[in-house]
Ligand binder design. Structure first.
Ligand code: CMC
Length: 397
């Protein structure tokens, strides 16, 4: 009996068990390791949430201090990596730079490459696995900041002592700083909360890619590069960039009705709307909307917010969007916030990638600890031609 099911897009396919995050798409619930996202966004910090996701429990004070120290200790890049990053073209998209650099990093850490460790199982060695986690969590902010510095043709800023994770990232970007390279506390907190919201989201496209790659037992740097590549797409982590470009194209509130008519006629999508799992509302979008006001109180109001709010208002009362259960997702307002904070538009997907690394690493660890894990190898439904005779080139029509 053939039990195989044709399921493009894996709409109905459950391919693993997991304890990392829980989503109820109808009720708009998201929990990380059992903690509601709203509570974490209010009370926690991104690095604490990353520990929770990767290790399963909130850290004690001592565990957190060690965690933060280890991660910040690993923010420095090998000189050859920095040199390599300088060779990208001046207008290279920072996501392309990030994907390539994370992949290149695999060649710098051969001691964790299973292919080079005959007779040893690197996934049974917790210390070795933790070391990669510290390195990746630390270096991702440096790679992200350098991708930006390269883009503006400026020298790279080494990570600084005495700054926390978010402050260090902003310091290396050299944006938003208010004397002594201390960023405004409201902006640091806003970014911290945005990072919490983006840290994990069960089997989204990039996390599925992470597990898929991990299943081949390729090294973790290559897995991260592959997951980041999936995130780069505009239907996924590239959506925040696409939203901003869309709002700029709409240009004014008076153009919204004609824009929505085009969307309803199938000419383009309303970016930042719709979700595979959330069919009621995206709980993250509600928190993001509140952060916008905090950021505007420091940076000034971003005029595109008026277009975004009116677009949301009209879309939520329109039959097309109601019938298809399309609501603003996490990316709808983030672009406007990042723009107000001074980030260039092509950095937006990078700002999604940094925190999602925590979720990817949690899944990488969980995958390798799962006794039921298997190489991911779906089947296809072949609909092409069958058994034909080879035709020599001079006889082909
Ligand atoms: N604008 C207009 N129509 C849409 C949209 C949209 N944003 N999203 C879905 N639809 C329509 C789609 O045309 C289809 O209509 P019909 O049944 O008439 O053909 C119906 O809604 C179902 O769409 P789908 O593409 O089958 O839904 P999906 O679950 O495969 O796609 C999605 C989910 C997020 C890819 C999609 O909603 C989308 O492309 N949204 C815009 C991009 C975006 O904002 N992505 C960020 C997602 S949240 C963060 C993240 O994961 O990165």
């Amino acid at each position: 009996e053939n039990l195989m099911v044709y399921d493009p897009g894996y709409m109905q396919t459950v391919c693993c068990t997991s304890r990392i995050s829980y989503i109820d798409g109808d009720k708009g619930i998201l929990e990380y390791r059992g903690y509601p996202i709203e509570e974490l966004a209010e009370k926690s910090s991104f690095l604490e949430v990353a520990f929770l996701l990767i290790n399963g429990e909130l850290p004690t004070k001592m565990q957190f201090e060690k965690w933060e120290h280890k991660i910040l200790h690993h923010t420095y890049l090998h000189t050859d990596i920095s040199r390599m990053m300088k060779n990208f073209h001046y207008d290279a998209h920072p996501m392309g730079v990030l994907v390539s650099t994370m992949s290149a990093m695999s060649t710098f850490q051969p001691e964790q490459n299973p292919a080079l460790l005959p007779g040893m199982d690197p996934y049974k060695d917790t210390l070795l696995m933790n070391k990669q986690i510290y390195r990746i969590m630390g270096r991702i902010i440096t790679v992200a900041a350098y991708a930006y510095r390269n883009r503006i043709g400026r020298p790279f800023n080494e990570p600084a002592q005495g700054l926390n994770y978010i402050e260090n990232f902003l310091y290396m970007m050299d944006r938003l700083n208010e004397g002594n390279y201390k960023s405004h506390p409201k902006l640091v907190r806003a970014l911290d909360v945005l990072f919490i919201l983006h840290a994990e989201h069960e089997l989204n496209c990039s996390t599925a890619a992470m597990r898929h790659l991990a299943s081949s037992e390729v090294d973790v740097y290559t897995c991260i590069a592959g997951a980041a590549a999936a995130l780069y797409g505009r239907k996924h982590g590239g959506a925040n960039e696409a939203v901003l470009r869309m709002l700029e194209e709409i240009g004014s509130v008076s153009n919204i009705p004609s824009f929505l008519e085009k969307v309803k006629a199938g000419k383009g999508r309303l970016m930042g709307f719709g979700h595979r799992v959330y069919k009621n509302y995206d709980p993250r979008a509600i928190i993001v909307r509140k952060i916008a006001d905090d950021v505007f109180s420091v940076c000034g109001k971003e005029p595109l917010i008026d277009i975004a709010m009116e677009l949301e208002r009209i879309a939520l009362t329109d039959k097309y969007f109601i019938d298809r259960k399309l609501y603003p997702n996490v990316d709808f307002y983030t672009g406007v916030i990042y723009k107000s904070m001074g980030f260039p538009t092509d950095m937006f997907p990078v700002l999604f990638t940094i925190p999602r690394v925590a979720g990817w690493l949690a899944h990488w660890k969980e995958f390798h600890a799962d006794p039921e894990n298997k190489i991911v190898r779906p089947r296809q439904n072949y609909i092409g031609k069958r058994t034909r005779d080879y035709v020599p080139v001079d006889k082909r029509q």
